[in-house]
Structures are given as structure tokens and as C-alpha cells.
Design a protein. Structure first.
Length: 214
């Protein structure tokens, strides 16, 4: 195991302990509103194309099914789930994924298998590193669910327009990342989670030397 991976796992373990009261409180709220399992797991594709189970606090109604694309107006999302998703609290259980070595704190967000093309060179580049909780593409497209809500065919829009741009951003960040850039990305992510407002995705991307058009 690399020293960096060991450090990430130690930090994840400590973070899990620190975040446990918040996770527990959120779990109780999920259960009170909509009886059932408080945790949700889903297969995602990790480093080198290896699948793993990603954990979240459940934000949708029990036994919900349907497309993997979620829009802001999706009626599967519970009232508690909307709050959890708005402040990314549903992502806290992914500290366990970091602790287990499937993810890192910073890295491309892991995708579901149906949207991953292992023959695509850009996908191979993105999958050359561990996926993360914090990601430049996720920050730049923090309003992803709003964008999808405006489309007649959200899934086609995601495949044809949104996903290619997210991949390009993630690949760019992999090529230029450093410890200072990771720290800046984490700080910006927390800032935009706590102080929710309009976000200029082009401006955010340019802070990390991205010159493409979003």
C-alpha cells in the first residue's frame, strides 16, 4: 500500500468517527419519514474499471426504481432526501468507501456501469486513478439536476452533452492536479455547499486552468 493511500484511509477513519453523529441524525430522519433501509448502495466503476459498491444515505422513497438519471423535480426524492442532497450529506457514508480503499477524497466521481465505455481512451484516463468524493466536474456542474430538469430527454442530454464535458474536466484535472490544487478544490466545494448560490461553471473551471467551453 502506498503511503498516500494509507494516510487517506487513516483520515477517512477519523472523519467517519467525527461525522458519525451527523450520519446518525440524518439516518434517523430518513427512517422517520420513509420507513426502510437508511443506506443505499449502488454498483459504480472504480480505478482500472473495477466495480465496487458505493454507499449513500437513502434520499429516495423505499423500493424506488427507474432511470439512473435524477432531476431536481424527480418525485422519487423524499423531503428529507432533498435536504440531504442539497448539502451533500447523503455522500458522507462514502468515507467508508475511502476507508476501504475503493475511493479517495479527491478524484473523478464514479459512474454507473451503463455510462462507462472502457474502450474510450478518455474513460481509460479517468479510470487510471481512484474515484473521489470531491471532483472538479461535480463542482462545476453543481446544478446538474436543474440542467436535467430542463430537458425533454434528460438521459440523452446526459449522455450526449453533460457526460462528455464532465469527462473532459475530470481528465484535465488528473493531468494538472497537485496537493495545493486538491486543497483548493476541497475548500471551494465546501464553500459552495455551505453558501449555496449562483455558480459560474466556466469561472470555476478556469481557476484550475481549464480553457474548454462548458
Amino acid at each position: 500500500m502506498k503511503p498516500g493511500d494509507l494516510l487517506a484511509q487513516i483520515l477517512a477513519g477519523l472523519s467517519l468517527i467525527a461525522a458519525f453523529p451527523i450520519i446518525a441524525a440524518c439516518a434517523v430522519a430518513v427512517f422517520i419519514e420513509d420507513r426502510g433501509a437508511v443506506l443505499f448502495r449502488q454498483c459504480r466503476i472504480g480505478k482500472n474499471g473495477r466495480p465496487f459498491l458505493l454507499w449513500k444515505l437513502r434520499s429516495m422513497k423505499t423500493l424506488s426504481s427507474g432511470r439512473n438519471i435524477t432531476t431536481r423535480t424527480d418525485d422519487r426524492i423524499t423531503a428529507v432526501g432533498k435536504l440531504l442532497r442539497a448539502y451533500k450529506l447523503d455522500e458522507l457514508p462514502q468515507l467508508w468507501n475511502v476507508f476501504c480503499g475503493d475511493m479517495s477524497f479527491v478524484g473523478p466521481r464514479p459512474e454507473v456501469p451503463e455510462y462507462v465505455d472502457l474502450l474510450d481512451p478518455q474513460w481509460r484516463e479517468v479510470l487510471s486513478v481512484k474515484p473521489g468524493i470531491v471532483d472538479l466536474a461535480s463542482l462545476a456542474f453543481r446544478n446538474e439536476e436543474d440542467l436535467l430538469s430542463q430537458q425533454n430527454n434528460p438521459e440523452k442530454f446526459y449522455r450526449d452533452w453533460l457526460l462528455p464535458r464532465k469527462l473532459d474536466l475530470s481528465a484535465h484535472y488528473i493531468r494538472m492536479r497537485s496537493l495545493p490544487s486538491d486543497a483548493r478544490l476541497v475548500a471551494l466545494t465546501f464553500r459552495h455547499i455551505l453558501f449555496r448560490g449562483n455558480l459560474d461553471r466556466q469561472k470555476v473551471a478556469r481557476q484550475f486552468a481549464y480553457e474548454g467551453v462548458l
